[in-house]
Each structure stands twice: as structure tokens, then as C-alpha cells.
Design a protein. Structure first.
Ligand SMILES: Cc1cc2nc3c(=O)[nH]c(=O)nc-3n(C[C@H](O)[C@H](O)[C@H](O)COP(=O)(O)OP(=O)(O)OC[C@H]3O[C@@H](n4cnc5c(N)ncnc54)[C@H](O)[C@@H]3O)c2cc1C
Length: 377
């Protein structure tokens, strides 16, 4: 079995690592945690010019026509650099659903803008329950003439503060089965009746309370089929969980590498601390977490790219990394001693990201349930 990258993937990986090492220093990451927008528009444009934002979209709309596995390779590097901004929101939560289920008009209107770095997107799914199940979708959309009118509040919406289009998941019909009667709408971020408030988060990422007060959207803004949106949501959650797992994987890899280096450099009792057996065992545990994750991540991404059903594989990797990334950063803290605990050291950035990412599109328990279902339980 050959698990190596193709020549093209190798180039993507290397150029992403070099570019982000230059353009995304930790000073910028820290500035963006404090910044209201949470990303740098000039850097976003440069990433678009490199073809990163259009990577998985068809060439016909200005994209690169790359696979999900290629996207995962890029996302690992983004996680390694702690790149802030709305990349997953725009590409995975917004762009990919339009590319898969959009009408030709919707695709022509929006995908080229995404690829050029001219439109930021996101998905407004969760509500105060913060759960990823259909019964929690209570935001209502009602037909009025040739429009729908949407009202209600969404919570923890990533990057809604800067989004030009928000895919809103709303209830359009009540039914005994909560998975029926849900519709997805592509809503213009500047529509009258929308308000957005930034929430404070542990990682400084931009999650929002997103309120729709009688927001009018044309019927042509429905994404996919009315009342049959829940199946689409299920797929989007899978893509997003896999994309986030890729970022987490890259972060965990970087934490492992920085900790190995620290254990070699830090001298206590006249010896590098890496010569102590307990430190070696910690590092071996971290390496087992990181290396086993990579194989599962690439297997799931490859299956998705090939169109092979992989709900179980995606839940295996997101569920595993939700705990493994946090475990790796916690062990790195043990090895770094007091220095890793300080705000001036990069390690604390990764620890906070590991904690936030754990909950993103399903924590370990959420994904364990899916794995159990896939096992026929
Ligand atoms: C939140 C916080 C508050 C603190 N407040 C204070 C304070 O008020 N006053 C104060 O004086 N200090 C304070 N400290 C510092 C604390 O005393 C030191 O962190 C501690 O003594 C460890 O030293 P170090 O950070 O240099 O780690 P190191 O000694 O460099 O240790 C790093 C790693 O190597 C391991 N290691 C080191 N030596 C050995 C060995 N011989 N065998 C096996 N493993 C080894 C350690 O277990 C650790 O995992 C604080 C630390 C923290 C995190």
C-alpha cells in the first residue's frame, strides 16, 4: 500500500508550509484573536491568488478541481500555522454545498466570487441547544407570496460577522419526524433584519449569535429541495468534521515537533530533559497519537474524494482527534514545565485551539455514537 503524496500534493504541501511560515507568524495569529474581523483581507486575497480558496471547486467556476484529500493536505498546514480566518466556513460550510446542490444560477453567481477571494460564506445551523440534531432546528421560514420570511436566532455561527452569504438551516414545515420539513437558504449577509454579535471564545475564533428578524429571501435562494434539507446538513457536518480534523492533525504535529526540540534543548540537572525516561515516554505517547491520526485522516479523506461512503471513518478520526489533540497539547505542557504555560509561548495557542476544535461539528461522544450506529448498534 502506497500512502505517499503525488507530485502535485507534495508541491501543494511544501508551498503551503513555506507561505504560511512567512505570512502567518504567531504575532499575526495573536493580533487576529483580538481583531473584530479575525482575518487579514490582503492575506485572504493572496491565498485566493494562489488558488487555495478555489481549490476543491470545478475549474468551470474558477476553481482548481482538486480533491478533498488535497484540501486536507492544505488544512493540515493551516492548522500547523494556527491560520486564523474563515477558510473552513467559506470553502467547506458554504462553497461545497453550493457546488453540490446549487442551481446553475447559484453556482455562477457565487462560486467564482469565492474562488477570487471576493465572497466569504458560512453556515448557520446550531441554535441555543448547541446540538447537531434536527429537532434543535427551530428557526422558522414561512412562504409569503414569492418570498420566504425567516425569523429566529442561531448561535455559534462561525464567521457570520464577515460573511457575504450565510446558508441558513430553517424549519419550513412541522412533522412528526424532526428530520422532515427543514430547508436550506442562501441568505445575503446584508439583508435587512440580520444582526450579528460576536461571542467570546477560548481560541479567539469568531463565533457569532446570528439573529434573523423577518428576513425576506426570494424562493430562488433555496439550496436544494424545500423540506428535504436535513440529509444535506448531515453531509455538510461530515465534511466540516473532516476538515476540522485535518486542521487539528496539523496542529498536533507541530506541537509534537516543537516539544521534541524543547526536550533536546532544555537542560536540567546537567542533562537535556529528553534524556529522562519519563519525558521519552510522554513523547512516545504523543507520537502514537499523532501518527495514528494521520493514517485515519488520510484514509477518510481519500474515501470521500473517491465517492466511497465514509461516515464511520470520518467519525473515527474526528472523535479520536477531539481527545488526542487535547491530550498531545496537555502532555506538551507537562514537558515544557512553566514556560509553556505563559502567554508568550506558542504552546498555549495550540492548547486553546485544541479545546475549541474538540467541540466543532461534534465532540468525541457525538462521533462515538455515529461509529456505534455504523457498526449496526
Ligand atoms: C502556574 C505556575 C505558577 C508558578 N508560580 C511560581 C511561583 O510563584 N514561584 C516560583 O518560584 N515558581 C513558580 N512556578 C514555577 C515552578 O516552580 C516550576 O514550573 C517548576 O519548578 C518546574 O520548573 P521548570 O518550569 O523550569 O521545568 P523543568 O524543570 O524544565 O521541567 C520540564 C520537564 O522536565 C521534567 N524534569 C525536570 N527534571 C527532571 C528529572 N530530574 N527527572 C525527570 N524529569 C525531569 C519535568 O518533570 C517537566 O516535565 C510556577 C509555575 C506555574 C506553571
Amino acid at each position: 500500500m502506497d500512502l505517499s503524496f503525488s507530485e502535485e500534493q507534495e508541491m501543494l504541501w511544501k508551498s503551503a508550509r513555506d507561505f504560511l511560515a512567512n505570512k502567518c507568524p504567531k504575532t499575526l495569529v495573536r493580533q487576529m484573536e483580538e481583531d473584530e474581523k479575525g482575518y487579514v483581507p490582503e492575506l485572504w486575497k493572496e491565498m485566493a491568488d494562489l488558488g487555495w480558496i478555489g481549490l476543491p471547486f470545478p475549474e468551470k467556476y474558477g476553481g482548481g478541481g482538486f480533491t478533498f484529500l488535497d484540501l486536507v493536505i492544505l488544512l493540515e498546514e493551516m492548522g500547523r500555522a494556527c491560520l486564523p480566518g474563515p477558510f473552513i466556513s467559506t470553502v467547506v460550510l458554504g462553497g461545497l454545498p453550493i457546488a453540490k446542490w446549487g442551481t446553475e444560477q447559484q453556482k455562477k453567481d457565487i462560486l467564482p466570487k469565492i474562488c477570487k477571494g471576493e465572497a466569504i460564506l458560512t453556515l448557520a445551523l446550531t441554535e441555543p441547544s448547541a446540538r447537531y440534531d434536527a429537532v434543535s432546528v427551530q428557526v422558522k421560514a414561512k412562504v409569503e407570496g414569492d418570498h420566504y420570511v425567516i425569523s429566529g436566532t442561531k448561535l455559534f455561527v462561525n464567521d457570520a460577522n464577515v460573511a457575504d452569504y450565510i446558508i441558513v438551516v430553517a424549519r419550513t414545515a412541522d412533522s412528526a419526524n424532526p428530520e422532515e420539513g427543514i430547508t436550506l437558504f442562501i441568505v445575503d449577509g446584508k439583508s435587512p433584519g440580520i444582526t450579528t454579535h460576536l461571542l467570546r471564545t477560548i481560541a479567539g475564533d469568531k463565533q457569532c449569535e446570528f439573529t434573523l428578524n423577518k428576513v425576506k429571501v426570494p424562493k430562488a435562494s433555496v439550496l436544494g429541495k424545500p423540506n428535504q434539507g436535513w440529509g444535506m446538513v448531515g453531509e455538510i457536518i461530515q465534511w466540516a468534521a473532516l476538515a476540522k480534523a485535518a486542521e487539528m492533525m496539523g496542529g498536533a504535529q507541530q506541537v509534537l515537533e516543537m516539544t521534541i526540540q524543547y526536550a533536546k534543548d532544555r537542560v536540567q540537572f546537567d542533562r537535556p530533559i529528553g534524556s529522562f525516561q519519563i519525558i521519552q515516554h510522554y513523547l512516545a505517547d504523543m507520537s502514537i497519537d499523532v501518527d495514528s491520526s494521520r493514517v485515519s485522516l488520510h484514509k477518510a479523506a481519500w474515501m470521500l474524494s473517491e465517492g466511497i461512503s465514509c461516515a464511520k471513518e470520518i467519525s473515527v478520526i474526528k472523535g479520536w482527534l477531539s481527545e488526542a489533540y487535547r491530550r498531545v497539547t496537555a502532555q506538551a505542557h507537562q514537558i515544557h514545565g512553566a514556560i509553556g504555560f505563559t502567554k508568550d509561548h506558542d504552546l498555549e495557542l495550540y492548547f486553546r485551539r485544541a479545546k475549541a476544535a474538540e467541540l466543532f461539528f461534534g465532540d468525541a461522544d457525538f462521533h462515538r455514537e455515529i461509529v456505534a450506529q455504523q457498526l449496526g448498534m
